[in-house]
Design a protein around this ligand. Structure first.
Ligand SMILES: Cc1cc2nc3c(=O)[nH]c(=O)nc-3n(C[C@H](O)[C@H](O)[C@H](O)COP(=O)(O)OP(=O)(O)OC[C@H]3O[C@@H](n4cnc5c(N)ncnc54)[C@H](O)[C@@H]3O)c2cc1C
Length: 462
């Protein structure tokens, strides 16, 4: 067969939060367009610097998961005569330089959900005007243009869900990528091998910080993701999901798809395909519908984040005024470290700090506690989650925090959970609290009063 003519001679595919090959639309488009291709990943040192909320964009647990995912990509590429080039530096500088040095005329990448990231990529495309930049959304089930989504359908999740379900739009089949039919390798100048680049990263990224012990069964990469999802659907867990999903712990009680989705090791459409196959084999039920329902929440937050832009990070969110909360350093530190007067909160935070994961119920409880009982600005909580969660996803994290803080899309105007009631419902025997030593804490929350004067609790108790 004669060589198919392609539009661009030298292409780069830049992986971001889409660390997989299968059902990767942006990648498929790049492969189709270029004669030669190089695969890259750029590690931006800014992700590891403290933001104005005093936390980094990426913490150790997530970085470890990303590293595993990158190694998996590199291994798959190596089997097909390619490699993953790992670069380090500010994305805009590194990419412009690479394009210039190698006469690259096509750059493919996945559309990112964060507004700051979108601006960065738009600026990059303007800066390198002679190179064609092309992106596609790799993370959602329903592509925006097919949904014809008007803003009014985003005003609440229920509206969005009713709209989507009424339209009966079929979720497209995942796109198959044939790695044995990749274009030829574009060899980039002066680039070390993947493993050399990984070991040469600065200390604050790769360094002497010990790898945290993440949950035994979370291991980044497309292969582990597929294995995890297949194992999940090979069990009967999906048939019980609706009754187990709210548990604070337990591997099979919820799907644990989130780290793989957030890092793009698997797509929501692939999961939907496996879910449909499960339903065909074992029957559809309320539980299987509920998995779709939760994935739809994720979908909703992604569409919402796209339409909100920077409002997603605004203190007042979608509300007319900011919440009446402030910042209390001591309380915040105690919350982060799981050292509050509430054992259930402490257990959840310690689980997060040690594993990079927390159940959905746990996230709701600790977020409600931070906002309502501690009176702290919700953005500090969101930023801490961003740093600690393996599954951090801008749209789901910041959207859920706004929702709980009462400045998001919750028609009820925020959530305030009664922690005692929640403990008796979800941890009546204190099994979860004991497992994470939630009861080990300071008896008092504050050591100073509102004018920063030390509180003498012994006198207070007289
Ligand atoms: C304050 C707060 C912060 C959160 N931050 C994140 C985050 O950074 N990343 C993230 O993926 N999820 C986040 N969530 C949503 C939810 O807690 C996690 O998706 C879920 O706990 C992951 O576990 P699972 O995969 O076993 O979920 P399951 O219960 O098995 O759900 C299946 C999938 O549906 C999606 N999903 C479920 N619940 C939600 C939800 N409320 N919002 C959006 N998607 C949902 C996830 O992709 C999940 O993997 C947050 C929730 C709260 C309350």
């Amino acid at each position: 067969m004669a060589d198919q003519h392609k539009n661009y001679s030298k292409g780069i595919y830049c992986f971001t939060d889409d660390l997989r090959f299968q059902d990767n639309i942006a990648l498929a488009n790049t492969i189709a367009q270029c004669d030669e291709i190089a695969f890259i990943y750029i590690l931006d040192p800014r992700w590891f610097q403290k933001t104005n909320y005093q936390h980094t964009w990426i913490g150790q647990a997530k970085w470890q998961f990303i590293k595993q995912s990158l190694s998996c990509l590199n291994q798959q590429l190596a089997e097909h005569g390619h490699q993953l080039t790992l670069l380090h530096g500010n994305v805009e500088h590194v990419l412009c330089e690479l394009i210039r040095e190698n006469n690259v005329n096509f750059v493919g990448f996945a559309t990112l959900v964060g507004s700051n990231e979108q601006v960065l990529w738009a600026e990059l495309a303007t800066k390198c005007a002679d190179t064609h930049f092309a992106s596609a959304n790799n993370s959602i089930m329903y592509l925006g243009e097919r949904l014809n989504l008007k803003h009014e359908y985003l005003t609440s999740f229920s509206r969005f869900r009713r709209f989507v379900e009424k339209q009966q739009i079929k979720i497209e089949q995942p796109r198959k990528i044939h790695l044995d039919a990749l274009p030829s390798r574009l060899t980039l100048q002066n680039q070390p091998s993947f493993s050399k680049a990984l070991t040469a990263l600065p200390y604050f990224i790769s360094g002497d910080v010990q790898d945290v012990q993440t949950h035994d069964s979370f291991f980044g990469g497309e292969k582990s993701a597929v294995q995890h999802c297949k194992q999940y659907f090979a069990s009967s867990a999906a048939s019980n999901y609706k009754t187990t999903r709210n548990a604070l712990d337990g591997w099979q009680n919820s799907t644990k798809f989130s780290p793989y989705l957030a890092n793009g090791n698997v797509s929501a459409r692939q999961i939907m395909q496996w879910l449909k196959q499960f339903e065909l084999a074992h029957g559809a039920s309320e539980s299987t519908y509920w998995i779709y329902f939760e994935l739809l929440w994720r979908e909703y937050f992604h569409h919402l984040a796209n339409s909100l832009g920077n409002t997603l990070y605004r203190f007042s969110g979608l509300a007319p005024c900011a919440p009446s909360t402030s910042f209390y350093a001591e309380r915040f530190n105690k919350w982060c470290n799981g050292n509050t007067p509430y054992p259930i909160v402490n257990a959840c935070m310690k689980q997060l700090n040690q594993t990079g994961f927390m159940s959905n119920r746990g996230r709701q409880l600790v977020a409600s506690y931070l906002v309502n009982e501690l009176g702290i600005d919700w953005r500090y909580g969101a930023a801490y989650f961003q740093q600690q969660l393996i599954d951090h996803d801008i749209a789901s994290n910041w959207g859920n925090w706004q929702y709980i803080a009462g400045v998001g899309v919750d028609p009820r105007g925020g959530r305030h959970f009664n922690l005692q009631k929640q403990t008796s419902l979800y941890d009546p025997e204190h099994t979860f609290i004991n497992k994470w030593h939630g009861q080990l804490c300071d008896a008092r929350l504050d050591s100073t009063d509102m004018v920063d004067w030390p509180i003498d609790w012994s006198k207070k108790e007289d």
